[in-house]
Design a protein around this ligand. Sequence first.
Ligand code: PMT
Length: 221
Amino acid sequence: GAGGALSGIKAVVTAGPTREPIDPVRFITNRSSGKMGYALAAALRARGAEVVLISGPTSLATPAGVARVDVETAAQMLDATRSAAVDAQMLVGTAAVADYRVDAVAEHKIKKRDDGAQLSLVKNPDILAELRAAQPDLFIVGFAAETEKLAEHARDKLARKKLDLIAANWVGDGKAFDRDDNALQVFWPGGERALAQAAKTDLARELAALIAERYQARTAN
Ligand code: PMT
């Protein structure tokens, strides 16, 4: 539609961190407040999409008109994303998913030992790659959080995970995480665009417009 409308489109958005338990009182997690993902969910909704937000633990309010499913672990996020995406056209992965989980979660609180401790980790499934394999026609937008070689790593993730678009941001040094503003370098097969530093709500509106544009360009082919 004109102006990049997304009415009639169902979009699933993952946001926030995941939590991988170690024992009943401890967990491993990634940095993410959920602000970027929640802003994007709201911006896609504002363009007319039906939006399901699959959220790790955050302290944010659910955007108006958005359906939210709360999860903790990457495995739960994968299950919830699979279920919600079955009849969706679009998946946007803003979540900071833990790449590893603890191999054997302790049933009881682990006791302190003077000689230190080791954790054995196993790899978590990649949610975007799993969904690409399950639904080849899904329009999938990924994010890339990088501390070096941003363009190179983002383009590599775009190709390796067979994404339709990827939004890359610099992290570390006080950038991106938790803040109310961010900047994005967006890549797709055959193009790229820089979205300058702005409030995450404004940046999300610009990215939603670009997503709608690329979605329509793909559908037109
Ligand atoms: O939440 P905020 O405080 O607002 O911060 C926003 C943000 C920096 C977290 C966000 O803009 C961002 O970059 N999100 C992606 C973080 C990330 O984990 O990136 P990655 O480069 O490790 O992962 C690449 C892509 O694969 C991402 O779309 C990620 O959701 C996805 N992924 C990663 C691992 C995994 N097991 N499954 C996945 O689907």
